[in-house]
Design a protein around this ligand. Structure first.
Ligand SMILES: Cc1cc2nc3c(=O)[nH]c(=O)nc-3n(C[C@H](O)[C@H](O)[C@H](O)COP(=O)(O)O)c2cc1C
Length: 181
């Protein structure tokens, strides 16, 4: 079984990155037979969906002038996806939204259906509920099976390590994933 963790934050060592990697670490601690991979969308240039609708016919995204495909293709060989975002203006950040919107090209032949998902959003003060709803919209559209969600509270890089509640949820979610393997 393979678990892929994605952080949508442009902060490579930020709170989302830390929390997503923490789930992966805990999963391996509980079941070392499980493979894990982590990617940060900060390492990929990802433009917006241009609504050309060509993917409906071609069953793939025809935009090849960026690196969305390289990031998105990693989802194809995972069984469990951890998808994490910082909260920007009460919603997912722009890089994450671009990433999600382009997966419309994977929807027509249900490329992601049947995989498991964990949604993660980190806020300073407000908006994680709406960001989690956006991630849930992505997950439901693609017919993922829902394992759970994590809401974190943090502002500066590393603050998330003081969020006891979120860290407790990490343990519970990791145990659920470890049991799947
Ligand atoms: C452009 C921008 C918009 C933000 N909007 C919100 C917001 O609406 N609500 C909130 O609670 N925090 C907001 N924040 C704070 C971040 O969500 C918070 O610092 C988070 O920990 C960042 O996660 P990261 O380190 O993974 O990037 C915003 C930060 C930025 C840079």
């Amino acid at each position: 079984m393979k678990v892929l963790g994605i952080s949508g934050s442009m902060r490579r060592k930020g709170n989302t990155a830390i929390l997503v990697q923490k789930v992966l670490e805990e999963v391996v601690k509980k079941n070392d037979a499980i493979d894990t991979e982590y990617i940060s969308l900060a390492d990929y240039e990802i433009g917006p969906c241009i609504a050309c609708m060509k993917c409906k016919e071609e069953k793939k995204c025809l935009l090849t002038n960026d690196e969305w495909e390289a990031a998105a293709s990693k989802m194809l060989d995972c069984d469990v996806l951890l998808i994490g975002t910082p909260v920007y203006y009460y919603d997912v950040c722009g890089q994450m939204k671009n990433f999600i919107d382009r997966t419309y090209s994977m929807y027509h032949d249900r490329k992601l259906t049947g995989k498991y998902v964990v949604t993660i959003a980190i806020q300073a003060e407000k908006g994680a509920d709406r960001a989690l709803e956006t991630l849930e919209g992505f997950a439901n559209t693609h017919e993922f099976s829902f394992i759970g969600e994590i809401e974190g509270h943090a502002t500066d890089e590393g603050d998330i390590l003081r969020d006891e509640k979120a860290l407790k949820t990490v343990g519970k979610i990791a145990a659920k994933i470890a049991d799947l393997g």
